[in-house]
Design a protein around this ligand. Structure first.
Ligand code: ADP
Length: 452
């Protein structure tokens, strides 16, 4: 096992990784920007190193600064968390050449999955069903139009380097195509420094269903089942649950076994998530793979009793899957996660500032992953996620009632949060009956006067 790990992240996920390390008896090194000097990861890690000013490019995304910290602290490994450098193959490569283990897949696999149209081709070759799509990059509007005519509208234009729902446009007819193609291209170029676009058939009223996998470095891959993440706003997830009401045990088994084979074929290692869209006939189509731990991993942990972050660390240290899991994966009960973002309720913009009162919910079946605390400051520079509220129950109804009472008992004052929005989603009859798709929030906001 590693002796010391550097956590190349901040906020709740940095704290989550510290928890896993403490349980494994591994020492931790937190890195922080000047804006995070008083943060809980800094307080709870064994060592902490300031790596620069608040701006992301100068601190958490500054590879030389992160590597220098790892070298100064003399760590064996780096855990990147999610976001930031987690899917940066160059960073993984620099870790490797510096003799530091990167907790994640090998750089070439991260690179393959990071170029979404290449990932589609690799998964197709390995036998995973994908949506009808362009063969690689679509270079021009003319090419896009030709392809869209062949498969039929609506289509979706997507950024090859995409993430977080950016660089994506739904095109419903020919006239719309040129303007939307250009908009996607400039958004992608601005956000990712890469304007490459590819296209897919647009699935109407889809559900977003993703599978969690773990792969050791000895060729063993396991599937831990699915999460449903259809409750999204602007293609960004707000609420996730496991299991999905749409996935039967047979479908779970079938997709799981296809994924295990195909990921072994591409040489995948460590934790990963394979994302699918489910159409109205309940067919699943691959859209992308995330080569890291995900925000919503706790719902899988609650229903499988597998600690995914500890598993990641053990796998990176060379453990065999049988020693990571201690037996077959059994699923029980139901878990739901609400993402609590610091966000203005009408403008949907980040709401930074000082938290004046903070009382996380607790009690049976409730888990809160957060690095927020009373009198703490939410800096304006970073992601707006400040807490994840997770409810577990023997079935969906019990999980829902625990979530409702926990939302009522969760106090955050001084900044705006998405707690009121979640309360209203949970009260919605269609949501409660499980009748939703990725368009749910848009319809819900219209029905409720367009406001959160
Ligand atoms: P990102 O990496 O930016 O998150 P994804 O490819 O994972 O992009 O897609 C994010 C969301 O966008 C999906 O969950 C879904 O709601 C919507 N989406 C993506 N592709 C399609 C498609 N072909 N048809 C319908 N919706 C789509």
């Amino acid at each position: 096992m590693f002796k010391k790990i550097l956590i190349a992240n901040r906020g709740e996920i940095a704290l989550r990784i510290i928890c896993a390390c403490k349980e494994l008896g591994v020492r931790t090194v937190a890195i922080y920007s000047e804006a995070d000097r008083h943060s809980l990861p800094v307080r709870f890690a064994d060592e902490a190193i300031c790596i620069g000013p608040p701006q992301l490019a100068l601190s958490y995304l500054n590879i030389p600064a992160v590597i220098s910290a790892a070298e100064i602290a003399n760590v064996d490994a780096v855990h990147p968390g999610y976001g930031l450098l987690a899917e940066n193959a160059n960073f993984a490569e620099v870790c490797e050449t510096s003799g530091i283990k990167f907790i994640g897949p090998r750089p070439e696999v991260t690179r393959l999955m990071g170029e979404k149209e290449k990932a589609r081709a690799a998964m197709k070759k390995a036998g995973v069903p994908i949506l009808p799509g362009s063969d690689g990059i679509v270079a021009s509007e003319g090419e896009a139009l030709e392809w869209a005519r062949q498969v039929g509208f609506p289509v979706i234009v997507k950024a090859s380097a995409g993430g977080g729902g950016r660089g994506m446009r739904i095109v419903s007819d020919e006239e719309e195509l040129p303007a939307l193609f250009q908009a996607a291209q400039s958004e992608a170029a601005g956000a990712f420094g890469n304007g490459d676009l590819y296209m897919e058939k647009y699935v109407e009223h889809p559900r977003h269903i993703e599978f969690q996998v773990l792969a050791d470095e000895h060729g063993n891959v396991v599937s831990l089942g699915e999460r449903e993440c259809s409750i999204q706003r602007r293609h960004q997830k707000l609420l996730e649950e496991s299991p999905s009401l749409q996935v039967t045990p047979e479908l779970r088994e079938q997709v799981g076994s296809v994924l295990c084979k195909s990921l072994a074929q591409v040489g995948y290692t460590n934790a990963g998530t394979v994302e699918f869209l489910m159409d109205r006939d309940r067919h699943l189509h691959f859209i992308e793979m995330n080569t890291r731990i995900q925000v919503e991993h706790p719902v899988t942990e609650m229903v499988t009793d597998v600690d995914l972050v500890k598993s990641q660390i053990m796998i990176a240290a060379g453990a065999q899957m049988k020693d990571v899991l201690h037996g077959p994966i059994e699923r029980r009960g139901h878990a739901i996660e609400c993402r609590i973002n610091a966000e203005h309720p009408e403008k949907f913009t980040p709401s930074a500032g000082k938290i004046t009162a903070f009382h996380p919910a607790g009690g049976t079946g409730i888990r809160v992953d957060t690095a927020a605390y009373a009198e703490g400051v939410i800096p304006p520079y970073y992601d707006s996620l400040i807490a994840k509220l997770i409810a577990y129950g023997r079935n969906r109804d019990e999980a829902l009632s625990r979530m409702s009472r926990a939302l009522d008992m969760f106090i955050v004052e001084g900044i705006y949060t998405t707690i009121p929005l979640h309360k209203r989603i949970l009260a919605d009859p269609e949501f409660r009956e499980g009748k939703f798709d990725t368009g749910f929030i848009e319809r819900f906001l219209k029905k409720n006067g367009g406001r959160d």
